[in-house]
Design a protein around this ligand. Structure first.
Ligand SMILES: Cc1ncc(COP(=O)(O)O)c(C=O)c1O
Length: 315
């Protein structure tokens, strides 16, 4: 822990619940909140690296979009308030590298009613130490990917541009991946095209070109960042449908996520990708991403002196 006079109760993280910042282990959601009972919620996950938020403003824009698409009330999430809470959460635990999640839940209707229009939507948030889909050591060898025949919840049913918690398909797919000796999973759409995985988007070099799915997935912030990076590096990216069969022929594959950046993949369904190590394009994009981030690219420094009036003192 950095020496910032941090209350030890916040060593594992902080949470913002009902207008108060509390140690993360003490944070609770009400049983009757439809965020819990119905997965009726949206969220945004933002990274803090070396003391700076990454693309904070873009994340707030996407959060706002999710809230509007779920037809929730934007009043509990005034931009200035969400910004303040984000800074205060990180300041409360003093982390230099952190994982901040801001969440809007439907709330609950009055007892006896099932009318979601009567719910008061609730804003909550938490901060934990930075989390990796694959840590830097694992990134050197690459992840083993399992492509499941399980279908990602279709866009016709649940809008993939809302960053939501409909993850039972991913979770059952993950169990399938583990049973097959893989580290993680990617799901397809109803037409057999690759979509995304639990917390990440997918890129692949196929027939010499870098490609990424064009529909059925979240427009991840890291995906967007990679597109911008590729444009700077003069690497063309094709957004298109990628069938399971074509994906298996990729010479390079990487995953993109706030929780780890650019994650190389070394095998798919037990077959080695390319020559098995980290591919040339992947290495270049990975290097460029972290190099730029360490130079403050899209960074907004955390105000560590931002001591929340709302922090609850531990006893
Ligand atoms: C379903 C899904 N797809 C993609 C991503 C990657 O998005 P980002 O790069 O914004 O982290 C996430 C992130 O959690 C996700 O949940």
């Amino acid at each position: 822990m950095p020496d910032r006079g941090i209350d030890p109760a916040f060593e594992k993280g902080s949470a913002y619940v009902d207008g108060t910042i509390v140690p993360i282990e003490e944070a609770k959601v009400p049983l009757l909140d439809w965020g819990f009972l119905r997965s009726d919620a949206c969220q945004e996950t933002i990274s803090v690296w070396d003391g700076s938020f990454f693309r904070l403003s873009d994340h707030l824009d996407r959060f706002h979009r999710s809230i509007q698409r779920l037809r929730m009330d934007t009043a509990p999430v005034e931009r200035a308030d969400v910004l303040r809470v984000a800074h205060e959460l990180v300041a409360a635990c003093g982390f230099r590298d952190a994982y901040v999640q801001i969440i809007m839940t439907r709330g609950r209707p009055p007892i006896g009613s099932r009318d979601l229009r009567l719910c008061s939507n609730r804003f909550q948030a938490f901060c934990m130490p930075y989390m990796w889909v694959a840590d830097p050591k694992k990134q050197e060898t690459g992840m083993a990917l399992h492509i499941s025949r399980r279908v990602r919840v279709p866009a016709q049913s649940v809008d993939p541009l809302v960053k939501h918690y409909h993850w039972l398909d991913f979770e059952m797919g993950l169990l399938e991946a583990y049973e097959n000796g893989a580290d993680t999973v990617v799901l397809s759409d109803l037409n057999g095209n690759i979509t995304e995985g639990p917390g990440f988007n997918v890129f692949a070099v196929i027939d010499g070109s870098l490609r990424t799915p064009s529909s059925g997935m979240l427009d991840g912030m890291t995906r967007r960042t990679v597109m911008e990076l590729c444009s700077e590096l003069n690497v063309a990216v094709v957004e298109e449908n990628i069938s399971f069969e074509r994906f298996l022929k990729a010479s390079e594959i990487f995953l993109t996520t706030t929780a780890g950046g650019i994650i190389p993949v070394s095998s798919v369904n037990g077959t080695t990708v390319g020559s098995g190590g980290v591919g040339e394009q992947t290495r270049r994009i990975h290097h460029s991403y972290w190099h730029k981030r360490s130079n403050g690219w899209y960074g907004e420094p955390v105000v560590y002196t931002h001591k929340a009036s709302s922090v609850r003192k531990s006893h």
